[in-house]
Design a protein around this ligand. Structure first.
Ligand code: CUA
Length: 325
């Protein structure tokens, strides 16, 4: 039996550090500040408490059958100190954290709007003002606030960009909002941090932070896709939108969950709903409503892409599938 080893997408970040990863967004300062404050305090108190405990164990151990500790009444000054000091520290943690939390929840006016759609197991980004839909990766300008309005088409996912220190659940049937302002050029990982099924760990995308000039250029070029010939657009989408994870582009199925696509165009296939001829209409339907006619021998596991790809993108995908021999 041949075993299918899934190709897990590579992460953009190769940083290996004991500390928090390099921060690349404005709010990260607050998050890191509170985190290290709590972390350092925890270490100090751990050493103090455990150290005192070990010291007392040794210092006041029982030395013989008649050994007794002296009666201890209490110590008001000590008790006040160990109540007031931790209370003040807790208050600092709360207020500092609360300020960061409020900041994270109130996007500034004039932020670029991005709609984020999560579904098993991919992220999709729309930038309505730029006229860009169905992006597999997010591209944003540096030093500009970006507001993400996120929802899920199936189960609960969670949007996480470690370098920006932002994370929020993405839930079906409602919108969750979060924002960031990237301060460093570069490419950063987007991860899913809510277990959402077998390929949860492969639900990875990227945020590219570019200069404002490069961003405007990118938008003019149709968000990196607009000016591609249809077949090239289809090929790009095929990997960007994760089709490649389930469909082989050769005649060999390679143990993938979806049917191989080479040479299918024009053939007649047996589906659970009867025989179909694979033409443009069938491919279109299989992208937008894949469960309408499921090939025999396959499980109806493909998520519908209706509303996630525009006509131009669907046509590109059809042209690309047509070209596979
Ligand atoms: Cu989506 Cu885990």
């Amino acid at each position: 039996m041949n075993v299918h080893l899934p190709s897990i997408p590579l992460l953009a970040s190769t940083e290996r550090t004991f500390w928090l990863p390099k921060a690349a967004a404005a709010q990260a300062k607050d998050v890191d500040g509170v985190f290290y404050f709590i972390y350092v305090l925890s270490v100090i108190f751990f050493v103090l408490v455990v150290g005192a405990m070990i010291y007392f164990c040794i210092r006041y151990r029982r030395r013989g059958p008649d050994d007794r500790t002296s009666p201890i009444e209490g110590n008001r000054r000590l008790e006040i100190v160990w109540s007031v000091v931790p209370s003040v520290l807790l208050l600092v943690m709360f207020l500092w954290g609360f300020r960061g939390w409020m900041n994270l929840n109130v996007p500034p006016a004039g932020a670029i709007d991005v709609r984020v759609t999560a579904q098993k197991w991919s992220w999709s980004f729309d930038m309505p003002k730029m006229g860009c839909t169905g992006l597999g990766e997010l591209v944003v300008p540096k030093d500009t606030p970006v507001r993400l309005t996120m929802s899920s088409r199936d189960v609960i996912h969670s949007f996480f960009v470690p370098a920006f220190r932002i994370k929020r659940d993405v839930v079906p049937n409602r919108y969750s909002v979060i924002w960031f302002e990237a301060t460093e050029l570069g490419t950063y990982d987007v991860l899913c941090t809510e277990f959402c099924g077998t390929k949860h760990s492969e639900m990875i995308s990227r945020v590219k932070v570019v200069s404002e000039q490069a961003f405007n250029q990118w938008v003019e070029m149709g968000c990196g896709m607009g000016n591609l010939p249809p077949m090239e657009l289809g090929k790009k989408l095929f990997s960007a939108r994760g089709c490649v994870a389930c469909h082989s582009v050769t005649k060999d199925r390679k143990n993938l969950p979806g049917p191989p696509l080479a040479g299918v165009y024009g053939s007649t296939e047996q589906t659970l709903q009867g025989a179909v001829k694979v033409d443009d209409n069938y491919i279109r339907e299989s992208i937008t409503e894949p469960r309408a006619k499921v090939l025999k021998g396959y499980a109806p596991v493909m998520p519908p892409y209706k509303g996630l790809l525009n006509d131009k993108q669907i046509n590109g995908l059809i042209d690309y599938i047509k070209s596979l021999k």
